[in-house]
Design a binder for this molecule. Structure first.
Ligand SMILES: [Zn+2]
Length: 680
């Protein structure tokens, strides 16, 4: 499970920034270039920022070499996620990249539009907005696009033609994908409306020709790592494994993982080998063995997440999206997070829910602050700020979980955001001042509590047959995110935090107020991300909308005020806020533990999904005036090995390309920068 940027991170209060003093860098400021570039460019409502991994250079050679192999494994699997997200994705990407790399003589206006579209395509891994799930299209004419493709072809571009197909025929065939908003309009539609089918209404490639109706009475053998296809009227599971679906990519990924194992610590090598085995067989038992080996590797300074993991893209919440992250532990920041983790038992015993849902023995939660070196697939270029795995509830209960907070991502979010945004949505100068002083700190603490205590807590009812995922279906992810957020909000005012030395008792009131204020504001500010329709799709956004609107409906904690035709959500009563959070949390835990689908659905339908279009239009106008981005994608660090005459790696260098286009073309094999960069 993940935390994404929004309420709970360094760019908190719904992506408002923090002024510099509150930010704690991974490295002393003296070690980094003071005027280094974070914000690289803006593409429509997206920001592109550079991610830095300052601790990398100081790592021992063995760890650098390990990271180098894992980095290659991350790039090798990237296309899996492209294909999972949309069946036409790879073909579309190839057409766009062929044009961009053979662009001489193309009409400038057309080329600029193709560049804009392609950047959004790369950032979102295809033509669907990562927040709204809706399709975006090329804003040029099909004729102008065809003209560009023909010019590129004359310049030597080779297009992905079907056998016997002409370029013209290909362009006609692909026209609906690039130009028609009503063709495959939504990537994941968890609530398509009464009587409509979630799978049929979702354009992603986790299913092909399958409806929910087809699944009745069908026993699924594979969970996260198989595509479900209807073939000759029968359901078939296409397993992602060597010799199965994505075999070619998986071969490459596993070759790099095997090379990495030679440089890993003993427990990490065990986990890597278990992962390779799972990629080979695709069997659920091997997935479980890998999950256990991964969670048992608690102390390695380098780690990777690689495989079919998060289930947000699947409207059923079963199929995993491929992703890879490679990272090392940020020692300084890890200390704080560990203090929280070590007190897990204490928190579990005080959860404001029925004691029968408390975990009897809290398994070790391994919590680290990390710096990522690369993120691909489902986690890059758009990245979460916190991750807690494995997702398998049975393994979590028995073996515990590992939780990471992505420090350098939080810093980059923070540094790439402009300072006017907080003022726009804060009611008073006090609120602004508090945010400037405390939001970076309170957001990081919120993220830690969310991941380390939140997701790891609680147990399900003995009466529940199957998993909460199966019972709660499309409502599960949003409900689980709400549960983790509520736990963070609930314990933030607890004296235990000062006792643990995580904060000063004298600051706590201000910190709590800052976080509650920013949480309330966020429900308003997040509406800017859903520019079309009146329905929230993304699970973390649904969870935050639901919590705030539930508090507004049932407590006196938040007031809606207007001033000069602007709407504000003003947090006015800390105690009412916390009491409300405790009550809602008790209910949310009960819903999860009992698998109460009807209650989950009612909660989100009433408070979390639908919103007022007029209010959204007001928010959009306000953020557009300030040029506030809806989301950020990151250019990753770039590694390069240095070898001696025998081919042995003697060092691995890290550089920061500061160019999205160059990096995306390099990942798809069309550029070998910096020397191989050819001007078109
Ligand atoms: Zn989460």
């Amino acid at each position: 499970m993940t935390v994404v940027v929004g309420a709970a991170v360094a760019s908190g209060c719904g992506d408002t920034p923090d002024s510099a003093p509150a930010v704690q860098d991974a490295k002393p400021a003296s070690q980094v270039d003071a005027d280094r570039k974070y914000l690289l460019e803006r593409v429509d409502d997206a920001a592109v920022a550079q991610l830095y991994a300052d601790g990398f250079e100081a790592l021992p050679l063995r760890e650098k070499t390990l990271i180098w192999h894992l980095y290659q494994a991350a790039i090798a699997g990237r296309d899996i996620y492209y294909d999972q997200r949309y069946r036409h994705n790879l073909e579309m990407r190839e057409v766009l990249e062929q044009i961009l790399t053979h662009a001489g003589g193309i009409d400038q206006g057309t080329l600029d539009e193709i560049r804009r579209y392609t950047k959004l395509f790369w950032l979102n891994t295809g033509p669907y907005n990562n927040l709204t799930a809706r399709k975006f299209v090329l804003k040029t004419t099909p004729d102008a696009f065809a003209g560009a493709a023909k010019q590129a072809s004359a310049n030597g571009a080779t297009f992905p033609l079907a056998p016997g197909e002409t370029l013209d025929a290909m362009l006609t065939r692909m026209r609906p994908m690039f130009f028609d908003l009503s063709f495959d309009p939504i990537v994941t539609n968890k609530t398509p409306g009464e009587g409509k089918d979630k799978l049929a209404a979702s354009a992603n490639n986790l299913y092909a020709g399958v409806t929910e109706e087809d699944l009745k009475g069908f026993t699924e053998k594979y969970g996260v790592n198989a595509r479900l296809v209807k073939r000759d009227g029968k359901l078939v599971e296409e397993v992602y494994k060597r010799g199965g679906r994505y075999s070619r990519e998986i071969e490459r990924v596993t070759a790099h993982l095997e090379a990495a194992a030679g440089f890993a610590t003993e427990p990490m090598a065990r986990a890597l080998k278990a992962l390779v085995r799972w990629y080979r067989t695709g069997e659920t038992d091997d997935r479980i063995a890998y999950d256990i080996a991964w969670v048992q590797d608690k102390d390695s300074p380098v780690d990777t997440i690689n495989g079919f993991i998060e289930v947000y893209m699947d409207p059923r919440g079963i199929k995993g999206s491929w992703e890879a992250l490679v990272f090392y532990v940020n020692r300084e920041k890890t200390e704080d997070i560990r203090k929280v983790a070590e007190a897990a038992r204490w928190f579990e015993d005080r959860m404001p829910w029925d004691p029968k849902y408390r975990k009897p023995g809290v398994q070790g939660i391994t919590a680290n602050a990390i710096d990522v070196v690369i993120e691909t697939g489902d986690s890059g270029p758009i990245t979460p700020v916190g991750i807690n795995l494995p997702n398998d509830q049975a393994i979590r209960e028995k073996y515990g979980s590992k939780s990471v907070s992505l420090s350098n991502v939080s810093v980059a979010y923070d540094k790439s955001t402009a300072p006017e945004f907080r003022r726009e949505f804060a009611w008073s100068d006090d609120e602004v001042r508090r945010g400037e002083r405390w939001s970076s700190f309170s957001d990081e603490l919120h993220t830690n509590l969310h991941e380390v205590i939140g997701h790891a807590s609680g147990r399900v009812s003995e009466r529940l047959k199957g998993t909460p995922q199966e019972a709660l279906k499309e409502q599960f992810s949003a409900l689980e995110e709400a549960r983790a957020d509520l736990i963070a909000l609930y314990f933030l005012p607890d004296a235990k935090l000062a006792e643990l030395g995580i904060l000063e008792a004298s600051d706590q009131q201000e910190i709590v107020r800052t976080q509650y204020e920013s949480y309330a504001r966020n429900a308003l500010i997040q509406l800017r991300r859903v520019r079309e329709g009146t329905q929230i799709e993304e699970d973390h956004m649904r969870n935050r909308q639901m919590i705030v609107r539930w508090l507004m409906a049932t407590t006196k904690a938040i007031e809606v005020r207007t001033r000069a035709a602007k709407t504000y959500y003003v947090m006015v009563d800390v105690k009412a806020f916390r009491d409300g959070v405790g009550r809602l949390l008790g209910d949310v835990q009960r819903i999860k533990a009992e698998g109460d689908y009807a209650a989950a659905k009612a909660l989100f339908e009433t408070h979390g999904i639908h919103f007022d279009a007029k209010l959204r239009d007001e928010i959009v106008a306000r953020v557009d005036r300030l040029k506030m981005p809806s989301y950020t994608g990151f250019v990753q660090p770039r590694l390069q090995p240095v070898t001696d005459s025998n081919g042995t790696i003697t060092d691995v260098t890290i550089t920061y390309p500061q160019d999205l286009t160059q990096q995306m073309l390099e990942y798809s094999g069309k550029r070998t920068p910096p020397d191989g960069l050819t001007p078109d």
